[in-house]
Design a protein around this ligand. Structure first.
Ligand SMILES: [Zn+2]
Length: 346
């Protein structure tokens, strides 16, 4: 059994772990009992019965022979072809087999008429879980497609406001230089007026000053107009950003609303084994190909007889499908070495 990390947000991880471990012990327990069954009853009768039914005299020790699996029911709503599903299972099996160095799983391309009873079916079962996931993927895709445009606008906005600050500082400096020159000019004019007029040489200088001040006014107005135009562009950009923000927020609200319909947590898949040795794997939900392969590898790990690796969040056998890697961690490997009773992997 494995849980989706997406829907554990509201729970503390600790609470989730306890729930998960409890459930998986429930699934794993009958499988373990299989090994002790021949000690609890008359061995002769047991062996005879088993031979009649399946031809197997006793359950093989872990890892000694490949677990034969087949494709069970496949709901077409997943949009996954049988060929792709087989390839994904094969990749998941490889995660265990490659470091182990020999086959742990054997695919049986059985049809409904040739199916062997002790084959382990792997089923794709479509229900509210994948339905919600598909809906989330659609909303997520919208958010993903809108986000770059939003980010580009935001960058443009930041550049424009930085430009505005620089231009405004330039205009302020020009204005104070102009004010100083104008004050200087006015005091000169007042001085000469109080003396009944300026001599002709001063008069010419003052006229030049006046012309210079008028030219500065033209430049100041040009700067002011440019600054106003920039402000208009900034406001338009800001309005456009707000449109994107509204769209993204609406999508986020929709995402959260859909998420909340699934409850606090759910199983992505499960390995089920009953006391008669009948085993199966059910897959209910996956977000993407990597998560599906991790999920399959996890449930295949249970079918080998592995329990959960609770301390290692990246492990394939961690109770939550959290990491995005397709390799065993050291803790997975240690668990496999212990289970198979070998000294080390290849
Ligand atoms: Zn599990």
């Amino acid at each position: 059994m494995i849980l989706s990390a997406k829907f554990l947000i509201k729970l503390t991880l600790y609470t989730a772990l306890i729930a998960v471990i409890g459930l998986c012990i429930w699934y794993a327990k009958p499988y373990v009992m299989q090994y002790s069954y021949d000690r609890s009853g008359p061995i002769g009768t047991f062996v005879t019965n088993i031979e009649k039914n399946t031809g197997i005299t006793r359950p093989p020790p872990p890892c000694s022979q490949p677990i034969v699996y087949r494709i069970g029911t496949m709901d077409p709503s997943f949009g996954l072809t049988k060929e792709k599903f087989i390839a994904d299972i094969n990749e998941a099996a490889n995660i265990w087999e490659k470091p182990f160095g020999k086959k742990l799983f054997q695919f049986d391309p059985a049809t409904s008429t040739t199916v062997a009873e002790d084959d382990m079916p792997i089923n794709l079962i479509y229900d509210y879980r994948q339905q919600v996931t598909d809906a989330l993927n659609t909303v997520g895709a919208t958010i993903d497609s809108e986000t770059p445009a939003y980010n580009a606008l935001k960058a443009k906005y930041n550049n424009l406001t930085a430009q505005y600050s620089r231009d405004k500082a330039t205009l302020t400096a020009l204005k104070s230089a102009f004010d100083a020159a104008q004050n200087q000019y006015n005091s000169q004019v007042n001085y000469w007026n109080s003396r009944g007029g300026a001599p002709s040489s001063e008069f010419a200088t003052l006229n030049n000053e006046k012309a210079s001040l008028e030219a500065q006014v033209v430049v100041l107005n040009q700067h002011q107009d440019a600054l106003n135009a920039l402000a208009t562009t900034i406001n338009a950009t800001s309005a456009e950003i707000n449109k994107y923000v509204n769209v993204l927020n609406a999508q986020a609200r929709q995402y959260n609303a859909i998420s909340s319909t699934t409850g606090e947590q759910f199983e992505e898949g499960q390995f089920v084994s009953d006391s008669t040795g009948v085993r199966r794997i059910d897959i209910f939900q996956y977000m993407n190909k990597t998560k599906l392969i991790r999920l399959l590898a996890h449930e295949l790990g249970h079918s080998l007889g592995l329990g959960h690796v609770a301390s290692d969040t990246s492990a394939i056998m961690y109770p939550v499908n959290q990491a995005n890697t397709l390799a065993l961690t050291q803790n997975d490997i240690a668990a496999l070495i212990t289970l198979c009773g070998i000294s080390q992997l290849k």
